[in-house]
Design a protein around this ligand. Structure first.
Ligand code: PD2
Ligand code: ZN
Length: 287
């Protein structure tokens, strides 16, 4: 009896010790895998993981580690993408710009606003038209070097997956009461504008002001329902201007062909002032 108990006890001890050793080996194996992942792909190893965790949710909001400039430039943890349509392809990027960035772009633009023009399909030149009644201006090549503008351009490039150098200069627009931009395509119908940089692939439209009634960005061919546009109910999908939000939409399909469904417009502003900034991204470098 005592002998058989000893055998059972011995077996139990053997199995228990075996399990503990097995678990330790497993832990060591996982650790080694993590370390080799780190050395093969240095940016995703332990250091990188600590950086990716580098924004903390604190009562006052999200705070990036001081040394993680990249995360701060991309506003990781703040920007919230929302896909609203696949054809045409439209993504709303909530909190894309900080309030300071919005105010900064408006302040840069304000002294140089002029009546907006549209591209003449025959000559490719800008002409005044009742298609759009806003005023606007383009940031200069010099202003493109300012750190805040550079950060915004980098962010646009990363979120759109299109190189910075394919971007046109940022255009800032102001719509006052009763001003609008009739539905149009952002891709070119003339050959003149294709020469430098090729066709427009995508547009990042950033809203710089709040408290606007109307002024929605309107996509007649998107969605299956109705939406509000300048106080009227119309077929399609519209996005309300919210300060700091942006919409990213594609003028070319994945086949590289112009997408006629990308037609869009800026609805009439009913009250307040709508400010927006547009960045068009081309197929190739614009310089
Ligand atoms: O500012 C707008 O809402 C708007 C709407 C449609 C701007 C553009 N298009 C554009 O700049 O292409
Ligand atoms: Zn447009």
């Amino acid at each position: 009896m005592v002998a058989s108990m000893r055998i059972v006890f011995g077996l139990l001890t053997f199995v228990t010790i075996g399990m503990i050793i097995g678990a330790l080996f497993q832990l060591a194996f996982i650790r080694r895998l993590e370390d080799s992942y780190g050395s093969e792909f240095p940016t995703f190893g332990r250091v990188r993981r600590r950086q990716l965790d580098g924004y903390l949710q604190l009562p006052g909001g999200i705070h990036h580690w001081n040394d993680d400039k990249e995360a701060a430039i991309l506003r990781l943890g703040y920007v919230k993408p929302e896909i609203i349509s696949w054809s045409p392809r439209i993504i709303v990027l909530h909190n894309f710009l900080s309030m300071e960035e919005c105010d900064y772009l408006r302040a840069l633009a304000f002294p140089r606003l002029e009546i907006s023009t549209v591209v003449d399909a025959k000559t490719g030149k800008g002409i005044k038209s009742n298609v759009r009644t806003s005023s606007g201006m383009f940031l200069s090549h010099e202003e493109r070097k300012y750190p805040m503008v550079q950060a915004i351009e980098k962010r646009i490039s990363v979120y759109s997956q299109i190189p910075v150098e394919n971007g046109e200069l940022v255009q800032v627009l102001r719509y006052e009461k009763s001003q609008f931009y009739k539905p149009h395509h952002d891709y070119f119908s003339d050959t003149f504008n294709l020469k430098r940089g090729g066709q427009r692939v995508a547009t990042m439209l950033m809203y710089l002001s709040d408290n606007v009634e109307g002024g929605e960005t309107y996509f007649p061919m998107a969605g299956t329902g109705e939406c509000s546009c300048g106080g009227k109910m119309v077929k399609g999908l519209s996005v309300k201007p919210v300060k700091g939000d942006a919409i990213l939409f594609w003028s070319l399909g994945l086949d590289g062909q112009s997408d006629p469904n990308s037609i869009h417009g800026g609805c009439e502003v009913l009250s307040g002032e709508k400010w927006s900034a547009t960045k068009w991204m081309r197929q190739r470098s614009t310089s």
